[in-house]
Design a protein around this ligand. Structure first.
Ligand SMILES: [Zn+2]
Length: 189
């Protein structure tokens, strides 16, 4: 190989004089070996950087997706828990024993109710004792609930015979009753 045959060129990047056969064509540029190595290193570094960033992005996206899923699951779990709790509360409310309805009759005002109870009590009294009581107060010996007795003063009771009586509310005469089950002849014995 003669010296005349050796052809030289210049590196487009660093301006170094290099043998034409040692020059490398990269992206339309003529480069020396050093510049090609530098360029390659730079490209590798850039590619690595891009790959790292892409991985980071993917990781972030996956993390977000997972987080969203987890949040959804957590929300569903919360809703389910609340529904179960509400259902339990409702069920317990349904099965809770209701307080016993207390009788709220004012026997001094609802004289019709008092009247009916006195009539029933007189029947019971006759059934047990064979004759009517001399006064309504006798009914307090187990024949009538005490609250009704507080209304006795609204009534006029008169025993006509052993099995017949008159019961009036206040001044107004309501009715004259004869207890059932007994007749005059039996009572007069
Ligand atoms: Zn160069």
């Amino acid at each position: 190989m003669s010296k005349e045959q050796e052809k030289y060129t210049t590196c487009d990047r660093c301006g170094a004089r290099i043998l034409e056969k040692s020059a490398l064509e990269v992206d339309g540029l003529t480069l020396c070996g050093d510049c090609v190595v530098k360029q390659t290193k730079k490209e590798v570094a850039q590619a690595a950087k891009i790959a790292t960033e892409r991985k980071a992005e993917q990781y972030e996206a996956q993390r977000k997706a997972l987080s969203t899923q987890r949040n959804k699951r957590a929300l569903i779990a919360l809703v389910v828990t609340l529904l179960v709790f509400a259902a339990a509360q409702w069920f317990m409310a349904q099965n809770k024993p209701q307080p016993v309805q207390t009788a709220s009759i004012d026997f001094n005002k609802d004289l019709d109710s008092s009247y009916s109870l006195i009539v029933v009590a007189l029947d019971k009294y006759v059934a047990t004792n064979g004759k009517l009581p001399p006064s309504l107060n006798e009914l307090l010996n187990g024949y009538i609930p005490y609250p009704v007795a507080t209304a006795f003063h609204h009534f006029k009771y008169k025993r006509v015979s052993n099995d017949s009586y008159e019961l009036e509310i206040a001044a107004k005469k309501i009715t004259t009753l004869k207890t059932e089950g007994n007749n005059e002849s039996a009572a007069n014995k």
